[in-house]
Ligand binder design. Structure first.
Ligand code: TXA
Ligand code: MG
Length: 318
């Protein structure tokens, strides 16, 4: 079957990207976290296309992107704590799972039939303009084949999805580099660590935020939290202090193939993580190594999300 090559749109071609979305086409676009694979969230056929392009299990609900809190309120009810987080951290690298309004008009595929919806207001300027011009809620998971490493450049998007989506809007590298932090439930719990450090939300709410456990009847289910995810081809050994003969992904001082951050800066490490996992996979393959090693990353701030992604990348694949 002949495929149509994916259009690479310049960052100024926002009108074209918005028109494609309104016509029901799939358009990948930059956010400050990772590139998203966007579709009109009110168009069931368009949303179904996301699952097909990614080969994604269809029980997995998607995050809906809107330009501001007002648009979010049209789709979902904000609990008092959710509103405090929204006012403080939107636009930004945070998503909230909230009770869905009956009048929202979203495709059931977006929520996987749940009574809740995950909403995000991204800050990235091109994403902001695109959402305003499209003037529809845009469903967007990360723009990579299901189970693979999330994309932080337009090239990464094309490597995984060329010919499977209409276009990618290119605005260079994502500044945060990790998917959004997801909070949900009442009281709010952490459903996925990500680009907003949990400590910042805890400081605002003046309480500890617990982590939602799968299967907990009092916690919202996060069906997307499948353990093996972000999987490179090579196996990965974590928390390796000293480089061995296998390629080594460093953090801080010390010999390594490449370093997430030579100065031990967690923001820099987060921004580099997914691109470097790709390069380490390539290094392992060219050096004939079945695995690569990764230095220990501290568990604080963005380190929590980095460790979460590394654990998933290193998890058994079956
Ligand atoms: O940074 C991000 O969040 C990126 C960019 C593109 O915005 N998007 C992203 O979306 O990571 P996705 O679809 O890959 O991750 C969505 C996560 C999944 O783990 C899914 O299970 C969870 O959100 N989720 C979505 N709706 C939910 C709901 N109603 N209840 C529980 N979990 C939900
Ligand atoms: Mg993803």
């Amino acid at each position: 079957m002949a495929t149509i090559p994916t259009l690479r749109l310049d960052r100024t071609a926002i009108d074209t990207a918005a028109s494609l979305l309104r016509e029901g086409a799939l358009v990948a676009f930059p956010t400050e976290t990772v590139y998203g694979l966007g579709a009109d969230a009110t168009n069931g056929t368009a949303v179904a296309g996301i699952f097909a392009a990614k080969n994604r299990p269809s029980f997995n609900p998607l995050i809906v992107h809107v330009p501001d809190v007002t648009a979010a309120e049209g789709l979902a009810e904000l609990t008092p704590d959710a509103r405090r987080l929204a006012d403080a951290f939107w636009p930004g690298p945070m998503s909230l799972v909230l009770p869905l309004r009956a009048s929202a008009g979203l495709s059931d595929l977006v929520t996987a039939g749940l009574p809740t919806v995950a909403i995000r207001v991204p800050a990235q300027p091109v994403a902001q303009q695109l959402l305003r011009k499209a003037n529809r809620p845009i469903a967007a998971p990360s723009a990579n084949p299901s189970g693979k490493i999330s994309p932080t450049t337009a090239d990464h998007v094309l490597t995984g999805l060329d010919g499977r989506i209409a276009a990618v809007l290119d605005d260079g590298q994502c500044s945060v580099g990790l998917e959004s932090t997801i909070f949900g439930g009442d009281p709010l719990q952490l459903m996925r660590p990500g680009g907003l450090p949990v400590e910042q939300a805890e400081a605002l709410l003046e309480r500890t935020i617990t982590t939602a456990m799968m299967g907990d009847p009092h916690a919202p289910a996060a069906p997307g939290q499948l353990l093996s995810h972000y999987a490179p081809d090579a196996a990965i050994r974590l928390d390796v202090v000293t480089a061995t003969r296998a390629p080594h992904l460093g953090f801080g001082a010390g010999p390594c193939t490449m370093s997430l951050s030579e100065t031990g800066d967690l923001s820099e490490a987060a921004a580099n993580l997914f691109a470097m996992l790709r390069r380490m996979d390539h290094a392992a393959s060219t050096e004939g190594s079945s695995y690569f090693t990764v230095a220990p990353i501290p568990e604080t701030g963005l380190g929590r999300a980095i460790r979460d992604r590394l654990a998933r990348a290193a998890a058994p694949r079956d």
